[in-house]
Design a protein around this ligand. Structure first.
Ligand SMILES: Nc1ncnc2c1ncn2[C@@H]1O[C@H](COP(=O)(O)OP(=O)(O)O)[C@@H](O)[C@H]1O
Ligand SMILES: [Mg+2]
Length: 259
C-alpha cells in the first residue's frame, strides 16, 4: 500500500502546489517511488509544474528524479476518478501525493479521507487562521472553523472504515524576517489550537523569491546544483535547510533525509 500524502487547505495561495512539488520531488530524490495527482482540475499548477519539469529535462538532456503524474479519468464502471487514479499509481508507488484545490470540492473532501499524512500550508496571517478556528478579538479560541471541521469529519470517516489516523501537520508558509510580533501571535495561537484539534506545527518556508522562479523549468530547490548554471546563494542554502527540516518532521515511513 502506498502512503498517501494530501496537501490541502481551502484557502487559495497558501502554498499548496509549491509544497506539493517540493515534497514529492524531495521524496523522489531520496530514491522513493512517488506518484502525483493534481486535484485542482481547473488551475492544475502542480500538474503543470511536473509537465514543465519533464519538458525541461528532456530538452536539456538531464536525468532528474521526477514523480510520476497520474490522471483523473471520467467516472466509469461505478468507480470514481480518484479511486481509479490511485489504483493505477499504487502498484508502482511508495508514496502518492495529492494536491488539493483551494476550495471545498467533492474531490478534495474525498482526498482528505484518504490521507495518511495531511499537510496544510498557511500564510502567517489571522485571515488564514480563520479557516482553522474562530478567535475572539482578544485572541481566545472560540471553536474549530470550516476547514478544521472538514478534517474532523474525514477523521471520523476513516475511523469508521478502520483506516489509521491522519497525521496532520500545519505548515507556516511565507514567513517574513520582519513582523516578529505577528509571527509570535500567530505561532502562539497555532500552538494552543494544535493541542485542541490535533495537528502538529511543521517548520515552514520563509518568503523567498526563488520559490516563484522555478516553475517554468519545473525545478525545485534541490535541483539547482544539478543543472550547473546556478550558484547556491545563502538564501537558497537556507531554503534547502527548511525543506530538509520539513521532510524530517513529516516522519514518513522508511524515509531518512540524506540531501
Ligand atoms: N515560501 C514562498 N516564498 C515566496 N513565494 C511563495 C512561497 N510559497 C508560495 N509562493 C508563491 O505564492 C503563490 C501561491 O502559491 P501556490 O503554491 O500556487 O499556492 P496554492 O496552491 O495554495 O494556491 C505562488 O505565486 C507561489 O510562487
Ligand atoms: Mg494550487
Amino acid at each position: 500500500m502506498a502512503h498517501i500524502i494530501v496537501v490541502g487547505n481551502e484557502k487559495g495561495g497558501s502554498g499548496k502546489s509549491t509544497t506539493s512539488m517540493h515534497v514529492a520531488t524531495a521524496l523522489a530524490r531520496l530514491g522513493h517511488r512517488v506518484g502525483a495527482l493534481d486535484l485542482d482540475v481547473r488551475q492544475r499548477s502542480f500538474g503543470r509544474y511536473l509537465e514543465n519539469r519533464s519538458h525541461f529535462t528532456q530538452s536539456e538532456g538531464l536525468d532528474l528524479p521526477t514523480p510520476r503524474l497520474g490522471h483523473l479519468e471520467p467516472e466509469s464502471d461505478g468507480i470514481d476518478p480518484l479511486s481509479r487514479a490511485i489504483e493505477t499509481l499504487e502498484p508502482d508507488c511508495d508514496f502518492i501525493l495529492l494536491d488539493c484545490p483551494g476550495s471545498h470540492t467533492k474531490l478534495s473532501q474525498m482526498a482528505h479521507t484518504l490521507a495518511d499524512t495531511l499537510i496544510t500550508p498557511m500564510n502567517d496571517s489571522f485571515i488564514d487562521f480563520d479557516l482553522l478556528a474562530r478567535l475572539s478579538p482578544d485572541g481566545r479560541i472560540l471553536g474549530p472553523s470550516i476547514y478544521a471541521e472538514m478534517v474532523w469529519s474525514a477523521r471520523q470517516l476513516r475511523g469508521q472504515a478502520g483506516a489509521g489516523p491522519i497525521d496532520w501537520l500545519v505548515l507556516r508558509n511565507r514567513l517574513g524576517t520582519q513582523q516578529m510580533h505577528n509571527k509570535r501571535k500567530v505561532g502562539g495561537a497555532l500552538d494552543t489550537l494544535s493541542k485542541r484539534i490535533g495537528f502538529r506545527v511543521a517548520p515552514g518556508f520563509s518568503e523567498r523569491v526563488i520559490f516563484r522562479e522555478l516553475f517554468p523549468r519545473g525545478l525545485t530547490l534541490l535541483d539547482l546544483k544539478d543543472i550547473g548554471t546556478e550558484q547556491l546563494s545563502m538564501s537558497n542554502i537556507a531554503a534547502r535547510q527548511e525543506l530538509r527540516d520539513l521532510i524530517a518532521e513529516l516522519r514518513l515511513p522508511g524515509v531518512s533525509v540524506t540531501f
